[in-house]
Design a protein around this ligand. Structure first.
Ligand code: SF4
Length: 64
């Protein structure tokens, strides 16, 4: 509660696929204010692909 509003980046959210069985932010939110965005509905397969892509990017040193 307060003036700050947080947004989930759909390019970085895997719905916790690869880490947990359930979306952890949804599990811990006390007021159920994290809805599924119908504009970004993804299959488990797509979420796994995103997870692998993010893991590969994290393992690759950044270039300047
Ligand atoms: S906790 Fe999981 S479901 Fe929530 S924003 Fe992060 S990756 Fe997505």
């Amino acid at each position: 509660m307060g003036p700050e509003i947080y947004q989930i980046d759909p390019n970085r959210c895997t719905e916790c696929v690869g880490h947990f069985d359930e979306p952890q932010c949804v599990q811990v939110c006390p007021v159920s204010c994290i809805p599924v965005d119908p504009a970004h509905a993804e299959s488990k397969e797509t979420l796994w692909e995103k997870y692998r892509r993010l893991q590969a990017a994290a393992a690759t040193p950044a270039t300047r």
